[in-house]
Design a protein around this ligand. Structure first.
Ligand SMILES: N[C@@H](CCC(=O)N[C@@H](CS)C(=O)NCC(=O)O)C(=O)O
Length: 215
């Protein structure tokens, strides 16, 4: 039997990011694909330096799959998509469309939503990224109002990633994009997302219990 897929995340995080730590992307993909996996952890405390050999930016997630060790959630998703046609079609057109939208989620949408979100939560009242983000989200709204899925007329890992990028509460609450909202709702109603989300929440709740125990 081959070694199980290992999804690496932090052993604990404060309440704020729970439900959004990006190991959830990999858990969700593995759940969709029915790939067995285990979750492993690195300590939160010295996270910036304790795993630089595996994630050079001191972040999570990263994935190990036999001899493959891979960081960046997008790269991890594409690795899982290689293992399962549930996540990415095998025909060249469907595969190209899926990869294109995976990259678009990261490099055209998340590249502006994350800095916008960061400026917003740090109290920047005149967020100079708003115009840029609004433009990108409006363009995506047009796409999503015309189709159910981003690639290949069916669920792919591109939808999983795009929905995860878009489900951030402050981004969702900003502006009025009914097709995008319905899309996020549809994707996050999938049993695989719900399980991955619940498992991540349980993982950090268990960590709270461990921390509360007298040593
Ligand atoms: N581009 C990276 C971003 C990873 C990232 O932002 N990870 C966060 C958790 S979701 C993290 O490790 N934060 C802790 C830190 O930066 O100290 C990816 O997609 O994997």
């Amino acid at each position: 039997m081959s070694a199980p897929l290992l999804i690496w995340t932090l052993d604990w995080v404060p309440p704020g990011p729970r439900g959004f730590v990006r190991d959830l992307r990999l858990r969700w993909a593995a759940e969709e694909a029915g790939l067995p996996y285990e979750v492993r952890t690195i300590p939160f405390e010295d996270r910036e330096t304790n795993h630089l050999d595996r994630q050079p930016f001191g972040q999570v997630p990263y994935l190990t799959d036999g001899d493959v060790a891979i960081f960046e959630s997008g790269a991890g998703l594409l690795h899982l998509a290689r293992r399962s046609a549930t996540l990415m079609p095998r025909d060249p057109v469907g595969e190209a469309q899926t990869k294109q939208w995976v990259l678009a989620a990261l490099n055209s949408i998340e590249m502006v939503t994350v800095p916008w979100w960061y400026l917003t939560i740090t109290g920047e009242t005149n967020n100079g990224l708003t115009v840029w983000m609004d433009k990108r989200l409006a363009q995506l709204e047009r796409v999503l109002s015309e189709r159910e899925w981003l690639a290949a007329d069916r669920f792919t890992v591109a939808d999983l990633l795009m929905a995860d990028v878009l489900r951030v509460a402050k981004v969702r609450a900003h502006g009025d994009r009914p097709a995008t909202e319905a899309y996020v709702e549809r994707l996050t109603s999938r049993p695989a997302f719900r399980k991955a989300h619940a498992d991540q929440m349980a993982h950090f709740a268990d960590a709270d219990q461990m921390r509360a125990k007298p040593r």
